[in-house]
Design a protein around this ligand. Structure first.
Ligand SMILES: *Cc1c(COP(=O)(O)O)cnc(C)c1O
Length: 384
């Protein structure tokens, strides 16, 4: 399916709403029925019926069709956060006694999910360095039911070989799932590489304007139905129709925004690389990135977020540099129009800083939609 068709037409039935270009926000909790027979049929199939908006809503349905098509998946579910799009399917597909293999250093709340939350239900996890597929293969146990990936992650950008891992998992009946927030559907297509479930924080690139929190999960009809029928409807992590509408609106410009951020990131990174205060830069499309070959093989483009370290390792220097930025904002999250910075040191007590630990020294920068010159000027004055 063509990208332009997905973003501009798919799922939209304009003749049903006055031929309006922009779809209506069906801001309702429930839907009425004229006959008991119709009502009974809807109650028997909440997935497809307009019955109650925790399960199904026409505005969300437009969005689901677009998101599934973007990932080349049979279907999609949308959630009230990216975290829900990760935790709800895992709760649906794993049972007491099951084991999961999880990549090292995934998103912070994913770590807490596997370390603190799932053990309460008797689900165990082994964290491995997934940049070597053999580590994943060696961690497989008789009760392993899930391999959870995040390629690349959003702080140190380690990649996993998605095709090789799905090749190992499939014959053993082990499900594979990835957090694809960093690349999004335009720059990485995990389903075409054999991955079963693709989760994304739609708060980031898909929404694109830092005004909603949302998540999406795509996969086969069978898996999506199974997740919907029980855990999704029981936990109730439904997105509001208004947020769904904002997300549809965000999708219209997704290719433009991603291309622009990618191009600007290349310019900013090239400038940082030649700066005397900068030590290392971590970005999957940098020529000296240790997994550059794998990145080129399985990614069609690269997110506009990267991390770097300063030559001077003192915590004071990192703080001073970040405090001096005037236009690049200091905040969590990413994927919006505004460029952001987050130093690793903001995440722990000053006394715990270890300058020999490269992860402690990382400063993460997200490049938004501003002009490259504008960002470089801000970085330059902060270095001075
Ligand atoms: C933000 C983020 C999440 C969580 O998404 P929310 O929408 O904040 O719940 C998950 N994974 C990655 C990589 C993220 O950046």
């Amino acid at each position: 399916m063509e990208l332009s068709y997905i973003l501009n037409e798919l799922g939209e039935e304009r003749e049903n709403y006055f031929n309006a270009v922009s779809p209506p926000i069906i801001q309702t909790s429930n839907f009425t029925f004229k006959t008991v027979a119709d009502f009974r049929q809807a109650l028997g199939n909440e997935f497809d019926a307009t019955l109650y908006s925790r399960g199904h809503n026409p505005t969300l349905n437009i969005l689901r069709k677009k998101l599934a098509a973007l990932d080349g998946a049979e279907d999609a579910l949308v959630f009230s956060s990216g975290v829900a799009a990760i935790s709800v399917p895992i709760l649906a597909l794993l049972q007491q006694g099951d084991h999961a293999i999880v990549v090292e250093n995934p998103y912070s709340w994913t770590i807490k999910l596997f370390k603190n939350f799932l053990p309460k239900f008797g689900i165990s996890a082994t964290f491995v360095d997934g940049s070597d597929t053999a580590n994943i293969e060696n961690a497989i146990q008789a009760n392993t039911k899930l391999i959870y990936l995040e390629s690349p992650n959003t702080f140190s950008y380690e990649l996993q070989d998605l095709a090789a891992i799905s090749h190992i998992a499939k014959p053993k009946g082990i499900l594979t799932m990835i957090d694809n927030s960093y690349c999004g559907p335009l720059y990485q297509q995990p389903i075409s590489l054999g991955i079963d479930l693709v989760a994304q924080s739609a708060t980031k690139y898909l929404g694109g304007h830092s005004d909603i929190v949302a998540g999406v999960l795509t996969g086969s009809q069978q898996l999506i139905n199974k997740i919907f029928d029980h855990e999704f409807m029981n936990i109730g992590p439904s997105l509001s129709p208004h947020s769904a509408w904002l997300l549809i609106r965000g999708l219209r410009t997704l290719p433009l925004r991603m291309q622009r951020s990618f191009e600007t990131a290349k310019i900013v990174i090239a400038w940082l690389q030649q700066h005397s205060a900068v030590d290392k830069i971590l970005w999957p499309f940098a020529a000296n990135f240790k997994q550059a070959q794998l990145a080129a093989q399985q990614m069609q483009g690269c997110g506009s977020m990267f991390s770097f370290t300063l030559k001077d390792p003192s915590i004071h220097k990192i703080e001073e540099f970040c405090d001096k930025l005037q236009h690049i904002l200091m905040a969590v999250s990413w994927g919006g129009h505004e460029s952001l910075i987050i130093p690793s040191i903001a995440g722990f007590a000053k006394g715990d800083y270890d300058e020999n630990n490269i992860r402690h020294r990382l400063i993460r920068m997200y490049v938004g939609l501003e002009d490259a010159d504008y960002l470089i000027k801000d970085l330059e004055q902060a270095f001075k």
